[in-house]
Design a protein around this ligand. Structure first.
Ligand SMILES: [Zn+2]
Ligand SMILES: [Zn+2]
Length: 289
């Protein structure tokens, strides 16, 4: 049985009608500016402002006509500001969070193999989610996880519990700039579809990594365990590394209990900062390609 049918049978009463699939503006009065904003949210994949400086720089030639100005602007270097994590509640609405938890619960209990969250949830609810429930790690049979066009900005490290995961597709989730190192523990993961330009340190535009000496990432569970050995410790250091995961090379946040665990992290591929680092503007990245 497909999860869509399971969902319809088991938790449909929790959700609004599925009219949004037929008409995304159903029920919305578009006569006020606020409603026009709502319309934009429904039709466009929402981006954040994190890399805005780059896009302004990239479009610096727009409207410039004189050769002199063009030549001058051609030599204008890109100056990145510091970047910082999105610090969001798990969801903008309790209802959306409850529904997501129920769906993950069903996925785990019924050994569902493929989950496309955006197809199951009402679009309003789907766009209210900023992360996934940590119970995603209980989905032992899950082979394919699709999160197209979501607003998700972090993936729980419990994703490592998805031992059957073969395909991970958060494509066009433009607020998703990094992943937990624990993703490297999904041994069967071989397919991925990720929006590269949204990632910290990506080879196309090289956005800086948040400075971990200033912005430590707080996992919601509050437990301190090492991403490498799994051991618990009172104090954990966080680092960035960039590693191949499935079909992509992605930035990973790693928590380590000791230098010994830090040393166990492999070198990054050639066009990335070789060893784990703490991020920030002072870290020099290779040139954009
Ligand atoms: Zn962002
Ligand atoms: Zn360790």
């Amino acid at each position: 049985m497909s999860i869509l049918r399971l969902f319809m049978e088991l938790i449909k009463p929790l959700t609004r009608k599925k009219e949004a699939e037929l008409d995304p503006f159903a029920g919305i009065n578009m006569s006020t500016p606020e409603d026009v904003d709502a319309q934009t949210c429904l039709t466009d994949y929402r981006k954040c402002d994190c890399f805005n400086e780059y896009y302004i720089w990239e479009n610096r030639f727009d409207g410039v006509e004189s050769d002199k100005d063009l030549a001058r602007m051609k030599n204008t270097p890109m100056v990145w500001p510091e970047t910082a994590f999105h610090v969001d509640p798990p969801s903008q609405s309790q209802r959306a969070w409850d529904i997501a938890c129920e769906i993950i619960d069903i996925t785990a209990k019924k050994d569902v193999k493929e989950l496309n969250l955006g197809k199951i949830m009402d679009r309003h609810d789907y766009m209210a989610l900023n992360t996934l429930p940590e119970t995603i790690g209980e989905c032992k049979a899950l082979e394919r996880l699709v999160l197209y066009g979501s607003n998700i900005s972090s993936i729980p490290r419990e994703i490592s519990g998805c031992v059957s995961l073969k395909a991970f597709e958060p494509y066009t989730s433009y607020r998703l700039h990094w992943f937990p190192y624990e993703m490297t523990k999904c041994r069967h993961l071989s397919n991925s579809c990720i929006s590269t330009r949204a990632l910290y340190g990506n080879y196309k535009i090289r956005p800086p990594f948040p400075n971990l000496s200033i912005h430590r990432w707080e996992w919601p569970t509050g437990k301190c365990y090492c991403s490498v050995c799994g051991g618990e410790a009172a104090c954990m250091e966080q680092y960035w590394t960039t590693q191949p995961v499935a079909a992509d090379v992605i930035p990973l946040l790693v928590s380590v209990c000791s230098n010994a665990c830090l040393e166990k992290i492999g070198d990054s591929p050639k066009d990335y900062i070789k060893r784990p680092h703490r991020g920030g503007l002072q870290i020099e990245q290779p040139e954009a390609i």
